[in-house]
Design a binder for this molecule. Structure first.
Ligand SMILES: Cc1cc2nc3c(=O)[nH]c(=O)nc-3n(C[C@H](O)[C@H](O)[C@H](O)COP(=O)(O)OP(=O)(O)OC[C@H]3O[C@@H](n4cnc5c(N)ncnc54)[C@H](O)[C@@H]3O)c2cc1C
Length: 327
């Protein structure tokens, strides 16, 4: 029996939602192939998460909690994963499609001559026994299905919210500590300071089930007050188009799109956003897209599941009023 590895993305609060979604998917896929599912955890905290990881599908959790795990940039994870994949004879690695982890996967793929597919929203077993990954490209205009060349390792980057996280009553994942001495090369770029950005008391846009997004149509920074009001009533995160962040109306870290964050919420609610291809590149995998725009010809309506043609300053306050009345 080989192992399907799932690289766990986590914070101080535990595994991120995307990690539990990947584990649930891995459990489903491993059920078809007869493989085991093993989580891979870098840094401290694996023991506290063993029950959650097990419930979501991990039979095992390999963890490397050396201070070096997070003390250097990218390469420690690459080295440890390379060794682990060899030893476990794993042929599939699932990872979250965040920028940092994509960097790890790309470097690892070069070393191991593996194939990489990122931002995947579906994984199936093709007739020839290889994984077939589904992803949306060109702003969602095209859906591709890809497989990795036969005989190569498959590294598959999963988009947030592509799969449901489904806990079962399975017991905790068995913890297996990894031991590794870093090469000189891996210690070339040291992390000298980590400063936490004081995040708003809202869910992270990469993880949130609902994301309220504002664009240039808001007209000014004040418009984001309305977006935040709406978001807080929905338990949502707040994002912005590049036009809005470039104008200084909202911080750049909330920008969604080709040069910003990629989000994949259950519900994307955009106001005053035209739907430029570069914006769509970061939100096209959202499960439900709702757009409010006063221009009926705005391209965002081509991909919206539900659209309101109207002035956002008339529509959004009504929505806020309705949500407030529901208590
Ligand atoms: C290399 C490159 C990378 C880029 N990366 C990104 C990226 O990562 N993310 C990104 O978002 N963009 C990116 N862009 C910019 C992108 O091309 C667009 O310029 C940008 O997305 C437009 O933002 P917007 O929709 O907010 O503004 P606009 O395109 O100006 O659209 C504003 C919309 O608001 C509507 N509107 C105006 N007033 C109201 C009102 N009162 N009520 C309702 N609707 C109203 C208008 O009808 C219009 O459709 C990139 C561009 C380049 C060249």
């Amino acid at each position: 029996m080989t192992e399907m590895l799932v690289l766990i993305d986590h914070s101080d609060a535990g595994p991120k939602k995307v990690s539990l979604q990947m584990l649930s998917k891995a459990r489903e896929l491993a059920g078809i192939t007869g493989d085991a599912v093993a989580a891979v955890w870098f840094g401290p905290g694996a023991a506290d998460a063993a029950a959650t990881l097990g419930a979501h599908g991990a039979d095992k959790c390999y963890h490397w909690d050396s201070p070096d795990a997070m003390g250097y940039v990218t390469l420690p994870q690459v080295e440890v994963l390379e060794e682990l994949i060899d030893e476990a004879e794993a042929d599939t690695l699932l990872f979250a499609s965040s920028n940092l982890v994509k960097d790890v996967a790309a470097r690892l793929a070069i070393r191991m001559d593996a194939g990489v597919i990122t931002d995947v929203s579906g994984i199936d077993l093709a007739d020839d026994g290889r994984w077939e990954a589904t992803k949306e490209v060109f702003g969602g205009d095209v859906i591709t299905k890809s497989t990795i060349a036969e005989g190569k390792l498959s590294f598959i980057g999963v988009a947030s919210n592509a799969f449901p996280a489904e806990p079962t009553d399975a017991g905790p994942a068995e913890l297996v500590a990894l031991d590794h001495t870093l090469s000189e090369e891996a210690m070339a770029a040291k992390v000298t300071e980590v400063e936490k950005v004081v995040a708003a008391d809202r869910p992270d846009i990469g993880e949130a089930a609902v994301v309220v997004v504002g664009g240039r149509g808001l007209g000014s920074e004040d418009g984001f007050g309305l977006m935040e009001q709406l978001a807080d009533l929905m338990g949502a995160g707040v994002g912005a188009s590049r036009a809005a962040t470039d104008a200084g109306w909202y911080p750049h870290r909330y920008q969604i799109g080709q040069t910003g964050r990629t989000i994949s919420p259950t519900l994307y609610l955009g106001s005053g956003i035209s739907g430029a291809i570069q914006h769509r590149a970061g939100m096209q995998t959202s499960q439900n897209i709702v757009a409010i725009n006063k221009d009926a010809e705005a391209p965002i309506f081509q991909i919206a599941d539900f659209g309101v043609v109207g002035d956002l300053y008339k529509v959004v306050p009504k929505l806020v009023e309705e949500l407030e009345s529901r208590d």
